[in-house]
Design a protein around this ligand. Structure first.
Ligand SMILES: [Zn+2]
Ligand SMILES: [Zn+2]
Length: 208
C-alpha cells in the first residue's frame, strides 16, 4: 500500500542512508573540471564562497544561472530515463527486458517464468533522486550538516571538514542562490511526487 511505499522516505533515517544509491550532482566548469557537488562541505574540487561555488582548479566562480541550467539538465536526464519505461524481470536467471509499460507489476512474459516485471528505473528512485538534489540546496540541512557525505569515511583523499561557524556564514550568504536552485528541483519534485502518490493509491486500490 501507499504507506508501505512512503514510510521509508518520511521516516527519520539520515540523508546518508536515504540517498546512498542516488547519483551525485556533477557540475562542469569551463576549465574542463567535472566534479561532484555535495553542498556546503569540504571538497578537493570546489569551495563555497560568499558568492557561490568556486572551482578549485581554475578559481572560476560558477554563477547561479550556470548551476541551475546544469541542475535542470541533470534532472531531465533522470526523467527521460524514467520515461523510457524499461521493465525487467526480477528473476535474475531470466533477464527478460521490455519497454511495455502496461506490464508493470505483472507476471513475466517469458514462458514458464515465475518472475515479476518491474520498472528498471522506478518512480521511487526518481523521486528519491530529486529529493537528494533538493537536499543539496537546503540551507537548514547545510547548516545542520545533515547532508549525505561527499566522501566515504575511509577515503584517504577526504579533505578536512569545514568548521561550523564557516558553514553557518556560507549558508546565510548563499541562501538566495540556493533558493533559486531549490525552486528548480521543486518544480520537478511536485510533478513527480503527484504521479508517485497517484501510483501508490492505484496499487492500494488494486489490493483491496
Ligand atoms: Zn574550473
Ligand atoms: Zn522472467
Amino acid at each position: 500500500g501507499i504507506n508501505g511505499i512512503l514510510q521509508p522516505l518520511e521516516s527519520t533515517i539520515s540523508d546518508a542512508e536515504r540517498f546512498k544509491l542516488s547519483k551525485h550532482l556533477y557540475l562542469n566548469c569551463k576549465c574542463g573540471s567535472h566534479f561532484k557537488f555535495g553542498g556546503i562541505v569540504s571538497s578537493n574540487d570546489y569551495q563555497m564562497t560568499f558568492n557561490g561555488i568556486q572551482c578549485k582548479k581554475c578559481m572560476n566562480q560558477l554563477n547561479t544561472l550556470n548551476v541551475t541550467s546544469q541542475l535542470e539538465q541533470r534532472i531531465r536526464s533522470f526523467i527521460s530515463k524514467y520515461y523510457q519505461g524499461i521493465v525487467i524481470c526480477d528473476d535474475s536467471t531470466c533477464g527478460m527486458i521490455t519497454k511495455q509499460i502496461s506490464v508493470y507489476g505483472k507476471r513475466c512474459l517469458s514462458n514458464g517464468c515465475k518472475g515479476v516485471m518491474r520498472y528498471q528505473y522506478s518512480d521511487k528512485e526518481l523521486y528519491n533522486q530529486l529529493l537528494y538534489f533538493d537536499s543539496l540546496f537546503d540551507v537548514e540541512k547545510n547548516k545542520n550538516q545533515s547532508l549525505r557525505p561527499l566522501y566515504e569515511s575511509e577515503d584517504v583523499t577526504k579533505p578536512q571538514e569545514l568548521i561550523k561557524g564557516q558553514i553557518d556564514a556560507l549558508s546565510e550568504q548563499n541562501r538566495d542562490n540556493f533558493n533559486v536552485c531549490k525552486s528548480i528541483v521543486q518544480k520537478y519534485l511536485s510533478d513527480c511526487g503527484r504521479r508517485y502518490v497517484d501510483l501508490g493509491s492505484m496499487f492500494d486500490f488494486m489490493q483491496k
